[in-house]
Design a protein around this ligand. Structure first.
Ligand SMILES: [Zn+2]
Length: 147
């Protein structure tokens, strides 16, 4: 079942980003807030990209976002992506402000729309890594309602 060889879908956590990946495994999306100017940022950096303060802290994001742009990837030769195509590579705007690269799941490609409301969910990428991805907001409720 487990693939041999390199995988190009796994992050390389370091001390700076490990809390983000630990939180994702626990089902929480973390972003960083600047204690001086109050702005949020993602990906995590040891300083605020707006005012350069090093007074930054982890905070739990709402998990709500809107779709900024996307691409339906139909070919990717780097393992393990050949087994996953087609998939949606996306950039989303978190409600807190930061723009984040991710995937959109649980959505027909034709239904994707700029500005559509999304919510985070967490997908197990490997035994050690869980990744935040997004789906249309309310999709799960709509599915249940239709059943
Ligand atoms: Zn700042």
């Amino acid at each position: 079942m487990a693939r041999e060889g390199p995988r190009y879908d796994l992050p390389a956590p370091d001390p700076e980003t490990q809390p983000f990946w630990d939180a994702a495994r626990a089902g929480t999306l973390l972003i960083r807030r600047c204690g001086d100017c109050g702005r949020f940022h993602s990906y995590p950096r040891p300083f605020c990209p707006v005012c350069w303060s090093t007074n930054v802290e982890w905070v739990e994001a709402s998990g709500r976002a809107t779709l900024y742009t996307w691409s339906v990837v139909r070919r990717n030769d780097l393992p393990p992506f050949p087994e996953r195509v087609p998939y949606v590579a996306a950039v989303v705007d978190l409600d807190e402000g930061p723009r984040m690269m991710t995937n959109v799941v649980d959505c027909e490609f034709d239904a994707l729309e700029i500005g559509m409301p999304l919510e985070v969910l967490f997908q197990e990428t490997s035994a050690d890594v869980t990744s935040p991805v997004f789906r249309p907001r309310g999709a799960e409720r709509a599915d249940r309602g239709a059943a």
